[in-house]
Design a protein around this ligand. Structure first.
Ligand code: NAP
Ligand code: GDD
Length: 344
């Protein structure tokens, strides 16, 4: 019989791709979903895997729930992907974010320890823990300096995974993943906001996109490549932590330009009375305006990862580059807008 995996956050971007990946590897996949008033399995349906997954009710806020589910399922591997994952929201909901992204991790780790410690554990750590970066590029040795309640909460979860590995000999790995995107990315994140906006403008459903800090830079990869790395980490005999990144960094501004290029539109940045906008070079129409509401109280200005350890020890490297990622996202959003089917 194949291995059994429990994925928290299965309804999210990474949970969906990881489920598909593990199903293809012959795993029996269990997905933890929190109770909501409406069905939230659009991504799993879009990948056509919903009927291949066993969904179980589990909220990271509730330890009794976590204990019962893990004891009953007896998974070989637990992938903890559930989180309040939007940095902006964490400034408005810092306590809730800590409850899920920090303490939630301890609830799972403690459950695994109480059940004998034989379940392998993956923690979804993040480049946001580097925040105000101390050196560049960032690798596993780079000091952390989180810049948001999200980053601070994730850093707690990260160290808990390390601590349970060292104190209780748990097979716990943290993947320090840099930003990864896809057509299944949530629409509040900047990449998807841009690609959906470009599609809506192209299909004349919208006139412009409002954005915040255009100068922030990120190391953007493809989510489908990154879930592979999660699995590879848990297959190693000795657990460890790994940076997963492309090693290339681009600004939000560059992302906008490339996304419009994908629909043959050239953007020109214009400064008018100190106010910047992105205009169509051909028509002069404003396609991007700046709204300070999207700025962060404390910003992570740039992130650039060095995934040498993952390359050497896991034989992992990204397959999809920046341009292909953007084209893939714009194409999918054009289809969705054209057919008025958004899925999630
Ligand atoms: P996502 O699309 O926002 O998915 C988050 C998932 O967590 C959703 O399934 C959500 O359920 C679930 N969740 C939230 N609160 C929960 C709770 N209290 N109990 C149970 N489930 C809960 O995030 P993602 O992009 O797939 O990221 C996956 C993980 O990797 C997250 O932990 C994120 O912080 C981390 N990460 C992401 C990136 C990235 O660039 N994508 C980079 C580094 C680390 P609902 O569907 O009900 O909301
Ligand atoms: N969301 C958003 N919306 N971001 C904007 C906007 C906007 O309108 N305009 C500019 N940005 C800038 C943000 O200020 C940030 O610097 C950058 O775009 C990326 O923002 P997000 O796409 O929201 O992602 P993130 O980098 O804050 O967080 C993502 O990556 C982390 C890994 O570094 C999330 O997936 C986190 O869960 C993940 O841990």
């Amino acid at each position: 019989m194949g291995k059994r995996a429990l994925i928290t956050g299965i309804t999210g971007q990474d949970g969906s791709y990881l489920s598909e990946f593990l199903i293809n590897k012959g795993y029996e996949v269990y997905g933890a979903v929190r109770r909501t008033s409406s069905i939230n399995t659009g991504r799993l349906s879009e990948l056509d895997i919903l009927n291949k997954i066993n969904l179980v009710a589990m909220d990271l806020a509730e330890i009794t729930n976590i204990q019962r589910v893990i004891e009953e399922i007896k998974p070989d591997e637990v992938y903890n992907l559930a989180a309040q994952s939007f940095v902006q929201t964490s400034f408005d909901q810092p306590i809730y974010t800590s409850e899920i992204d920090a303490i939630g991790v301890t609830r799972i780790l403690e459950t695994i320890r109480m059940l004998g410690g034989n379940i392998k554990f993956y923690q979804a750590s993040t480049s946001e823990m580097f925040g105000k970066v101390q050196t560049s590029p960032q690798n596993e040795e780079t000091p952390f300096y989180p810049r948001s309640p999200y980053g601070v909460s994730k850093l707690y979860g990260h160290w808990m995974a390390v601590n349970y590995r060292e104190a209780w000999d748990l097979h716990a790995c943290s993947g320090i993943l840099f930003n990864h995107e896809s057509p299944l990315r949530g629409i509040e994140f900047v990449t998807r906001k841009i690609t959906l906006g470009v599609a809506e403008i192209t299909k004349e459903k919208k006139k412009s996109i409002s954005l915040g800090n255009l100068n922030a830079k990120r190391d953007w990869g493809y989510a489908g490549d990154y879930v592979n790395a999660m699995w590879l980490m848990l297959q190693k005999k000795t657990p460890s932590d790994y940076v997963i990144a492309t090693g290339e960094m681009y600004s939000v501004r560059e992302f906008v330009e490339k996304a419009f290029n994908a629909v043959d539109t050239e953007i020109e940045w214009v400064l008018d009375d100190g106010v910047e906008s992105g205009r169509c070079k051909k028509t002069g129409n404003i396609l991007v305006d700046i709204n300070k509401d999207f700025n962060r109280p404390a910003e992570t200005d740039y992130l650039l990862g060095d995934a040498t350890k993952a390359k050497e020890e896991l034989n992992w490297k990204p397959q999809v580059n920046f341009n292909t990622l953007i084209e893939m996202m714009v194409k999918k959003d054009l289809d969705r807008v054209e057919n008025d089917v958004y899925g999630f």
